[in-house]
Design a protein around this ligand. Structure first.
Ligand code: SAH
Length: 346
């Protein structure tokens, strides 16, 4: 395991084995979580310890391959190269409540949603805990902007990488590390029901976002293959259990696709099926993906849908689209880069 994926206690154990006093664990952990690129920066450690650590536990920071900044809203998108050469994306968004990073949890994705660029090349591998932490730390360092909020809404399905994501949450939340509050973290899932139950048991204070995108199986089956394994009835039942266990209101994501899921009937069906479950809807006009025939809903259709939900007491916000000029949605930058480089670097 990479040393940055270890808890402070685990680092304490390995330092003890190296004959070091107990107070070193906090020093090493603190430096690692400041985003040092080498042990040489750990100025309060003895030189020989720095060398030993560098040999046994390489730090392996990611490198910036591309950085795009939106001229409109200051959104910054990073494409990172990981130690093994794979690339993932992170987006930094500036909201009034704080700077938010959207991080990736996997290289590629297995889930196959019809509208999503992240899944086009399948799953390459799952990210290690430190590779998620690095996205937060190095975005903060590179941008010079303090990060207060995290959304696990980048490339990958976080609940398909469950243990690593849980460990990442523990690390990023630790007081000796970045100390980011669980209440400032959202995790988004396409709806892996057994893992939602598993997450509920942990009783974390994070926000669970569920990518619903359809009111029923008939529609959802056509855009989300995961629905065949976990149909909407089971998914909504898991959402209710999650709410009962955690008292945290569920946030539903709903990508508005022209003629597919955006009618008033669709909204009314949602209202029926969500009765009694405190929920919030994020309506996201579909971002067009080159390889897909699906189109975004019209402005009017989105407004009508929102009004219908709100008339039944379900809060629904239309997500402001940020970074539209920089391929800032879901796997688009990595996709573009992979296509360019595999076409001979053009
Ligand atoms: N795998 C997780 C995390 C990805 S989060 C999940 O499915 O929730 C990214 C969110 O953006 C998800 O709600 C996803 O369905 C949505 N999304 C993907 N491609 C999109 C597109 N082209 N336009 C709008 N939303 C999209």
């Amino acid at each position: 395991m990479n040393i940055k994926s270890m808890t402070m206690e685990e680092i304490g154990v390995l330092l003890k084995e190296m004959g070091q006093p107990a107070f070193r664990a906090k020093q090493v952990y603190g430096w690692l979580h400041k985003g040092v690129r080498s042990y040489e920066e750990m100025s309060n450690l003895p030189q020989n310890l720095r060398q030993q650590l560098a040999e046994k536990y390489p730090i392996l920071p990611p490198e910036v391959v591309r950085r795009q900044e939106s001229q409109k809203d200051g959104t910054i998108k990073y494409l990172w190269r990981l130690a093994d050469g794979n690339c993932v994306e992170t987006v930094l968004m500036r909201y009034h409540y704080g700077n938010t990073v959207c991080i990736s949890s996997e290289v590629g994705c297995l889930m196959g949603c019809a509208f999503c660029a992240s899944t086009l090349g399948g799953l390459v591998r799952r990210l290690e805990p430190y590779e998620m932490l690095d996205q937060v730390m190095f975005t903060q360092i590179d941008s010079g902007l303090p990060i207060s909020h995290i959304v696990l809404m980048g490339i990958g399905e976080p609940l398909d990488n469950f243990e690593n994501v849980m460990r990442f949450l523990e690390l990023v939340n630790s007081p000796e590390g970045m100390n980011i509050s669980m209440r400032h973290i959202s995790l988004s899932t396409c709806g892996l029901v057994p893992k939602i139950d598993e997450l509920a048991k942990r009783k974390l204070q994070i926000t669970l976002s569920v990518s619903l995108h359809a009111p029923n199986d008939q529609v959802r089956n056509t855009i989300m293959p995961v629905n065949k394994a976990y149909p909407t009835e089971e998914l909504l039942a898991a959402c209710r259990r999650y709410y009962e266990q955690t008292s945290r209101r569920i946030s539903f994501e709903y990508a508005m696709i022209d003629g597919v899921n955006d009618s008033v009937e669709n909204a009314k069906e949602l209202i029926q099926r969500l009765k009694g479950l405190p929920a919030h809807f994020n309506l996201i006009p579909l971002n067009h993906v080159e390889e897909s025939p699906l189109k975004p809903s019209s402005h009017n259709a989105v407004a009508r849908f929102q009004k219908t939900l709100e008339s039944a007491g379900i809060t629904a916000t239309v997500r402001r689209t940020l970074g539209g000029d920089i391929d800032a949605s879901c796997g688009q930058l990595r996709r573009k880069y992979t296509k360019e480089t595999s076409a001979g670097g053009r």
